[in-house]
Design a protein around this ligand. Sequence first.
Ligand SMILES: Cc1ncc(COP(=O)(O)O)c(C=O)c1O
Length: 400
Amino acid sequence: MTDLFSKFDPLIEMRSALLEGGVTDPFNLVMEKVESPTVAICNGKRTILLGTYNYMGMTFDPDVIAAGKQALDEFGSGTTGSRVLNGTYVGHRAVEDALRDFYAMDHAMVFSTGYQANLGVISTIAGKDDYIILDIDSHASIYDGCALGNAQIVPFRHNDIDALEKRLKRLPPETGKLVVLEGVYSMLGDVAPLKEMVAISKAAGAMVLVDEAHSMGFIGEHGRGVAEAQGVIDDVDFIIGTFSKSVGTVGGFCVSNHPKFEILRLVCRPYVFTASLPPSVVATAATSIRKLMNSADKRAHLWENSKRLHAGLRQLGFTLGTDEPHAAIIAVIMPDLETGAAMWEALLNEGLYVNLARPPATPAGMTLLRCSLCALHSEEQVGEILGMFAAAGRATGCIS
Ligand SMILES: Cc1ncc(COP(=O)(O)O)c(C=O)c1O
């Protein structure tokens, strides 16, 4: 018998070598208690959370929690069914209404995760003779959406406007084309030049899908994302998003003004062949989305936090993913995995949780310490965070 697991041996060895060095496993942390969107107890210690994508801090919002509890009491713990059978409750309709209002778009379709939204929409709308033109640093769910479908895949260099234009020009003019972009790329926290890219794509006759997972709620005047901030939201055909970041729960969605959009409910397999979200989840999401519509003050505070942390880390001597803060993600570039893991652990010991990210999730083989800020981090907490980075950075030799 050939052991089908033997292909994982290099990864198993790498992991063992890392852990044998005495480092805490960065991919196995348990939060013993979560006190707020910014503080948890980990290993018995108060820990500031700086790696949760809880950008708008909605997870402990009293209205959000009350809505979830009420739905749990009134509708039970789960739907036990697909959206197209017994899995559509009034709450699913209500959250789709909230999304339509939030984005001022005609259609909204809710999936069980953002991963499934990308999987479903991309694989369903781009068929056998069509092309998907995508940024090479696209999220795994975008690549998996491509893999599930039958379209031809044409990647282009990250955020490179000319490369996108060249690829589009080489494709047969009459074929179906879907350009897939992200508003904020979650590894380095950099924003896409959507204004130029959307214009080029439209000129080439392509439809455009933008994944705004890391910008919803925060970027743009109404928090609709980078497409709104750059003034091209009306030219984007499909926006994909998630409830697992700014919205503060779990779930995914696609919004669109396409007149035939609703047919996707019958033909999109990751929508049809899976159970719908529990009533408590859609109730929390709908309440959170409606509150995000009136959160300009929180957005402004989050920008302040982002700028403060970015400037402070640079001043300490860390190398960051962007020259200026583009979003609420700030990536600290580590020289290698060993140093990254040591720094991650030193920060945890100081009382700070960040994400350790490594290939294949990261671009160009990088090891990153990814920080995601929350609108509820206080100015004092950002100061504490910088102090912890200074101490851990010196202890591990990352900075002098
Ligand atoms: C760009 C992007 N798209 C989609 C997703 C998937 O979202 P979800 O957590 O809802 O599956 C993520 C999650 O990390 C993401 O970063």
